[in-house]
Design a protein around this ligand. Structure first.
Ligand code: SF4
Length: 274
């Protein structure tokens, strides 16, 4: 059985082992989605579509792009399955936030000819060790060849908070993708990690040295070892519990753990993509 980890599954374990257990060991299906994730998906699909048009030699107008975003939002929005935690705001607030982010991005990058797109929503999968015991996968929002020849790994962020520079220097997700893409593309030159915080209209960059990538490799293998050795799956309460889809069944909030299927108990966690 293949066992593949993702940045998101590793983060889930670090945030709260019980949450990881719900999602990746017991595989509890929850048919609801937080509004933040819902809007993030709509913004990502619009930016992917925009760059697909650009690749075909057509740059749609901003009005058309925003129109499409609203169409997609309306078509996908199901009030009964979208969770809104913050009080006093409705879906319109989040929808408009997403639209503003797209506008910011469009205006900053129009006419989209400053670089070359090599891939959109590209799946990457790679091993951290020669034996393949530590496999990682993920999806890169956009892979870019910059004018100066550098390879860039771009990530679109729709959250409101923009991290401090030192937090980005320690960010794991894009650095992991760098390890995978260097291997897959045989890239030996400069690689830049680029985050677009579209709501705040900020573009942030960082680079990793070979030593930093080696240290990351070792760190991630250590987390995988901890997951594989885990037995207690502690509930780790934090402010994030309000956004946790498993809260109604979490023992920390008086919930009852679901029965673990026999086959799940016998197997090492099989991790799903993102
Ligand atoms: S509600 Fe909180 S403590 Fe419970 S699983 Fe979710 S994140 Fe963990």
């Amino acid at each position: 059985m293949q066992k593949v980890f993702s940045h998101s599954s590793l983060s889930s374990f670090e945030t709260c082992p019980r949450k990881y257990w719900f999602r990746y060991v017991a595989k509890v299906q929850v048919d609801t989605e937080g509004i933040e994730a819902f809007v993030g998906k709509r913004v990502h699909e619009i930016l992917e579509r925009l760059y697909t048009f650009v690749g075909d030699g057509m740059v749609p107008s901003l009005e058309r792009v925003i129109w499409r975003y609203h169409q997609n939002f309306q078509a996908a929005y199901q009030p009964e399955r979208i969770r809104i935690v913050r009080s006093g705001v409705g879906p319109g607030f989040y929808r408009d936030q997403g639209a503003r982010g797209i506008q910011n991005y469009y205006r900053r990058h129009y006419p989209f000819d400053a670089d070359e797109t090599l891939g959109l929503e590209k799946k990457v999968q790679f091993r951290l060790d020669p034996a393949g015991r530590y496999a990682i996968r993920g999806i890169v929002d956009r892979i870019v060849r910059a004018r100066d020849g550098a390879l860039e790994i771009h990530d679109f962020k729709t959250g409101r908070r923009v991290p401090r520079p030192e937090e980005l220097e320690a960010d794991r997700q894009l650095a992991l993708y760098e390890i995978g893409l260097r291997e897959e593309l045989g890239e030996k030159g400069e690689v830049r990690l680029v985050w677009h915080y579209v709501g705040a209209d900020r573009r942030l960059e960082s680079q990793r040295s070979p030593e930093q990538l080696d240290a990351l490799r070792a760190e991630v293998m250590g987390i995988v070892d901890r997951i594989r050795a885990e037995e207690t799956w502690e509930e780790r309460e934090s402010g994030l519990c309000d956004w946790c889809e498993y809260r109604p069944m979490c023992p920390a909030f008086g919930g009852q753990l679901p029965e673990l299927p026999a086959e799940a108990a016998a197997l090492e966690p099989q991790l799903d993509l993102l």
